[in-house]
Design a protein around this ligand. Sequence first.
Ligand code: NAD
Length: 507
Amino acid sequence: MTVTTTTHQAHEHAPAQFRPVPDEILVGGRWITGDGGTSEVLDPATGAVLQTVSHATVDDVDAAVAAGHRAAAAPEWRDLLPHQRARYLVRIADAIEENAPRLAALQTANTGKTLAETSALVASAAGTFRYFAAALETSDADLTAPRGEYLTMSLWEPIGVVGAITPWNSPIASDAQKIAPALAAGNAVVLKPAAWTPLVSLALARIIQESGLPDGLLSVLPGRGSVVGDAIVRHPGVGKVTFTGGTGTGRALAHEAAEKLMPVSLELGGKSPTIVLDDADLDVAVNGVLYGIFSSSGQSCIAGSRLFVADRLYEEFVDRLVRRARALRVGPGTDPRTQVGPLVHPRHRGDVARYVDLARSEGGRILCGGAVPDDPELAAGAYYLPTVIDGLPNSARVCQEEIFGPVLIALPFTDEEDLIAQANDTVFGLAAGVWTADYRRAWRLARRLQAGTVWVNTYKQFSISTPFGGVKESGLGVEKGRAGIAAYSRQKSVYLGLGTEPNPWAD
Ligand code: NAD
């Protein structure tokens, strides 16, 4: 088997080098060293320790929530008109763009993603702040139809303090998607980044603070989910939690939230079908399927991880795909030639490898990959080869459980009914892809697929103006889009009486 790998000599191509961030956490506007222990943050491309990060304590959660309430209620934030609050978001967007190369390098160092990808994520984070600034400036209150002598207005008001809990795969993008609309709505935010990848969130916090956002409106508390995350969710002063992460964690968190009758939004896992119909342009489909699963080394909630191919072209298509998967360039994210970087952490690579072993033991055929690269240059990193497996039914565990790595399972289908039955036979419902020349078929399938997002002849494209969310066990609520600010608001209706007569009851 030939697999192209890139080597470490290419580090010199990187536009900016990793620079450590200070080991302090942001609690209510103050940078302090956390007392909740420490963890070593790794570069998954080399296995080297990038730096040690201190963790927040439960007391820090208390302090951050209290400071958040003070800052959100202070006249200099509470009384801002929408266009005035929007200026803070624009300044944050500018500051992210000014620091873009450094933020991208930091995220590549901490997550292993390619610089091309982390640069795009940084740009998208800036775009998210700009978008919600514009949405805020142009938002309206609703004047609703009266049924008497009064004027009724339905207003959107801030919740107070929002808890935001994010995963390790795309920290700056998921942080921005929560912080920007929550601030736009007038809240304070207490953010807990994932334990493996806190560096970008801490760097973003400094940038946001330096851009002039009043102290206390953002706290960033690294630490364990079961300690810091749990304390945020349970805290009586936190009025909403927005969470992105695994379905199991999201479900546990929703139970806690139910106790407090607190709203939550959950962006969870997926096992998305990517579907090649018999009339598809095969070159376009092969590229799209490869990108859908192997970009970000498959560590993407929307990864197209189950491939369904019309049985009449199954062999030809899978052959072509496997040849291309073998030729993908595996290497460090700092090398511009790299297509598939390392996984985020050696422990995660172990989980992915165990799933491939499971597929083997269940009778799956490993068509390519299924191993770590044999290039000695990559031996110290958390690499895993792009892997394609077939020969298993959709009921197999590897078809039903999220692997979150560069592993694609290929399955044939006979006709549309068979396809829909298999594609929807999953607890998840995050995304789906359809490759076809016939837009009527694409439309029909798009309507029948149980998914929050369906791509036709494209995959993994995102726009901040388009709502995103999962159905079934992939989530609750949507992020992005103009309605994104409402998700961090409470609706209040105000009746202004216009009549001069007393209410009839008083007669
Ligand atoms: P995870 O669920 O393990 O952790 C996510 C976050 O929750 C982390 O910050 C973690 O520390 C915290 N956490 C863990 N236990 C907690 C608890 N008891 N209380 C409060 N917080 C707790 O997920 P992960 O492994 O970091 O990320 C991968 C998962 O995220 C995958 O399942 C992926 O599909 C999902 N994801 C979903 C989307 C989406 O938009 N739908 C996007 C990216 C990732």
